[in-house]
Design a protein around this ligand. Structure first.
Ligand code: PLP
Length: 428
């Protein structure tokens, strides 16, 4: 028997999600299908908000939209009072469309074009600059009132080298020794209010990594405050709060994280004379990961002298994390929750690449063609990283809430593969 978590419930061996039978959704919308629980997103947001506010009132959660930028997901978070961290003009536009006011949108981009900087200034969102080059080009286009700077605190963390976003190999942020000059330049140009930011990595499950990096950021903040004379409206710890993917992964103790991090924060802002800035965090994964499952149907069951393969209709075009980061996603057989896991399978997709493996050597109940698999924790970096590779239309997304459901993204059709393509005149 499998451990059942979050919005998943077991009704006589059949998987239901936030009060809806998975089978009913699949009959109606087909597979592969991302199913998102509205309740779970709200719970995750409120659990984090409560844990932070119990230690420090002036906190803000900036949801990292790149984890899942569906407009309905953004609307849910807007109604909770969340802010947004956007990493592209597209995410800024989607957030504005979702009714986030510009003052609740923070842009944290790297390698940003001039026309994009212009758009950001015109949109009146808060900008986090990532380099001197970006600041220089920004100030020539306009001078915002409020400006934030992304610092590389020289301490990185995360579950895979691709998701570590600070330290000596990182392309992100400005090094501490260069930071005063950046603030100085902005101040001289007429910027009057400031923030300071870091984002050290993703999928972090230990409190200590956050404490160490934040301590470093606060020390850098002190130096900037002392040498340049700027005060900070906010100090941003970034995202990266991890979630358990394996059934025996530890859960990050949110109350402990909040207590440790904010005790340090309060002590340091007092000792360093930093006033009473807002404390920002930018979780993506934590808010949406376990709020969604990916439903995929079994096409093929195949045995070779070495392996049992289950071929499903979702590949790395639908969920790239296992292929890209070697990530583990737990899989349940949605129509066989009560059966024992008696076989070992590789669960593979339809993409013509050997790396197209959703799950390796996985113990599952005996699988037959037509069975329905639920890939858990598919809400963060699932749809948002999906592609049309192998000319496969992208999956649909459904929102569920207390037994109700509604389509929030149509399944792409063959026509979507042709959208924007032009046959060269001389080839007609
Ligand atoms: C990706 C990203 C986040 C969110 O990371 P999670 O691991 O999903 O919490 C936050 N801030 C920035 C700047 C990011 O690039």
């Amino acid at each position: 028997m499998q451990k059942i978590v979050g919005p998943i419930t077991n009704h006589n061996g059949k998987l239901w999600f936030d009060g809806v039978n998975a089978k009913e959704l699949v009959d109606k919308f087909d597979t592969p299908l991302f199913v998102i629980s509205e309740n779970r997103i709200r719970e995750n947001y409120n659990r984090l908000s409560k844990a932070l506010k119990s230690n420090y009132q002036k906190t803000r959660i900036c949801y990292a939209a790149k984890a899942n930028s569906n407009i309905s997901v953004l609307r849910i978070l807007e109604t909770e009072g969340s802010s947004v961290d956007a990493v592209s003009p597209g995410e800024v536009s989607l957030s504005l469309k979702a009714s986030f006011p510009p003052e609740r949108i923070l842009f944290t981009g790297t390698s940003v074009r001039n026309d994009e900087l212009k758009f950001l200034i015109d949109s009146k969102v808060t900008i986090n600059v990532d380099s001197f080059s970006q600041l220089d080009r920004l100030l020539r286009l306009g001078v915002p009132n409020l400006l934030s700077v992304r610092i590389n605190p020289e301490i990185g963390a995360g579950y895979h080298s691709h998701v570590i976003t600070a330290g000596k190999d990182s392309k992100f942020g400005i090094w501490a020794k260069d930071a005063p000059r950046v603030y100085e330049t902005a101040k001289k140009a007429g910027v009057s209010r400031f923030g300071i930011h870091m984002h050290v990595g993703s999928g972090i499950l230990n409190v200590k990594a956050f404490v160490l990096a934040l301590d470093r950021l606060l020390e850098i903040s002190k130096k900037i405050h002392k040498s340049v004379g700027v005060d900070f409206d906010f100090i941003d710890m970034g995202g990266g709060i991890g979630v358990p993917y394996r059934q025996d992964d530890p859960t990050l103790d949110l109350d402990l994280l909040s207590h440790k991090v904010l005790t340090l924060f309060k002590r340091r802002i007092h000792d360093y004379d930093l006033g009473d800035p807002f404390f920002y965090v930018e979780p993506g994964r934590y808010i949406v990961s376990d709020a969604s499952i990916l439903l995929t149907k079994v096409n093929t069951v195949k045995t070779t002298p070495f392996k049992n393969f289950v071929g499903v209709d979702a590949g790395f075009n639908t969920l790239v994390r296992p292929t890209m980061y070697g990530s583990y996603h737990h899989i349940l057989v949605a129509n066989k929750l009560d059966l024992t896991e008696e076989e070992v399978y590789d669960v593979v997709g339809p993409i013509c690449e050997s790396g197209d493996i959703l799950a390796k050597d996985r113990q599952l109940p005996k699988i037959q063609e037509g069975d329905l698999l639920a890939v858990l924790n598919a809400g963060a970096y699932g749809f948002s990283m999906s592609s049309q590779y192998n000319a496969r239309p992208r999956a649909a997304e459904v929102l569920v809430k207390n037994g109700k459901y509604t389509l929030i993204r149509k399944r792409e059709k063959l026509g979507d593969l042709l959208r924007g393509q032009i046959i060269a005149e001389w080839l007609k």
